[in-house]
Design a protein around this ligand. Structure first.
Ligand SMILES: Nc1ncnc2c1ncn2[C@@H]1O[C@H](COP(=O)(O)OP(=O)(O)O)[C@@H](O)[C@H]1O
Ligand SMILES: [Mg+2]
Length: 291
């Protein structure tokens, strides 16, 4: 039995001034799966991400979203909402060139860094605001401001461990809590596919592990697909179901943690050419704790 992927990346390419930041990349993300995109600095991860989430238009290739991979109940809900028409519910959708709003409505979410505007609101209000915007209820917001989606927002803050901080001003949050809030806001759109470029950037080892454990739990519980980049290999090997290793804009390996750890090409990239002498010691990044 073959599993239809939620997302299929086909031969994606993007060059900047003759340099191929993304030089023909293909891979899949399945529902319920956490996929990590890893590679050294400048490997092309962020460019790939931006081609997938619509921020950057690829030179060629396709980013295919398969609503047919979603549970029937979900597709019916989207048809009722008008997000999908009957026909596209069973057909692949090429995401390249679609406006961000349309992508969000199709169930594609991404984490954003909190900006100054949002910092002046409370933690709970930030999550409520995303919910309200998503449901296109701006007009109803007048007069009902504080109560709309209040309980839903609290439930989500509970999920990410921020319930006790709900009424605080966002600007006063500790860095790790801000990252949790960004996650809650991305989840407020109820995505089926969540895209996260370095969700744990700037976090210490324990905080990072806690956030990744949370993300892992959410992927399994909600049965959604998650694609993320992360430079800490411990976090990747512990929490990713599937790992894509990129180097100079190309995929050099894909597989589960064990297969990536023992992959010869990966070892060469991370250890340098000298290391390809057949020794089977651990990769140095396995000892790269929390720095
Ligand atoms: N907007 C841009 N203009 C020119 N070159 C870029 C641009 N964005 C990225 N690059 C180049 O593309 C390559 C891949 O960068 P990036 O996708 O940021 O890698 P990563 O996220 O893996 O560190 C690098 O050589 C980078 O300098
Ligand atoms: Mg990057």
């Amino acid at each position: 039995m073959s599993v239809l992927p939620l997302l299929t990346i086909q031969d994606l390419r993007k060059s900047f001034g003759g340099v191929a930041a993304v030089g023909g990349v293909s891979f899949d993300v399945r529902l319920g799966q956490i996929v990590a995109l890893i590679g050294t600095n400048g490997a092309g991860k962020t460019t790939m991400f931006n081609c997938i989430n619509g921020q950057t238009r690829p030179d060629s290739g396709a980013v295919i979203y398969n609503p047919a991979s979603l549970p029937t109940a979900e597709r019916i809900r989207m048809e009722k909402e008008g997000t999908l028409d009957k026909q596209s519910a069973s057909h692949p959708i090429n995401l390249t060139g679609l406006p961000p709003r349309r992508m969000a409505r199709l169930g594609i979410g991404r984490t954003f860094q909190i900006t100054a505007t949002f910092a002046s609101m409370s933690v709970r209000e930030n999550v409520q605001m995303v919910m309200i915007a998503h449901k296109k209820l701006w007009r109803r917001l007048w007069g009902t401001a504080g109560s709309l989606f209040r309980e839903e927002a609290m439930a989500l803050l509970e999920t990410v461990g921020l319930a006790a901080q709900a009424e605080r001003h966002t600007a006063t949050l500790a860095y790790g809590d801000l990252k949790r809030l960004e996650l809650a806001m991305a989840l407020a759109n109820d995505p089926k596919l969540l895209l996260m470029d370095e969700p744990t950037a700037g976090m210490g080892g324990e905080e990072r592990d806690a956030l990744m454990r949370l993300v892992h739990g959410i992927a399994k519980k909600r049965h959604i697909g998650i694609l993320f980049t992360e430079h800490d290999m411990d976090a990747v090997f512990t929490y990713a179901d599937w790992i894509i290793v990129v180097h100079r804009g190309k995929v050099i390996a894909k597989g589960n943690a064990d297969s990536i750890k023992s992959n010869r090409n990966v070892r060469e990239v991370y250890l340098g050419a000298d290391s390809s002498n057949g020794t089977e010691g651990p990769l140095p990044f396995l000892h790269n704790h929390g720095t």
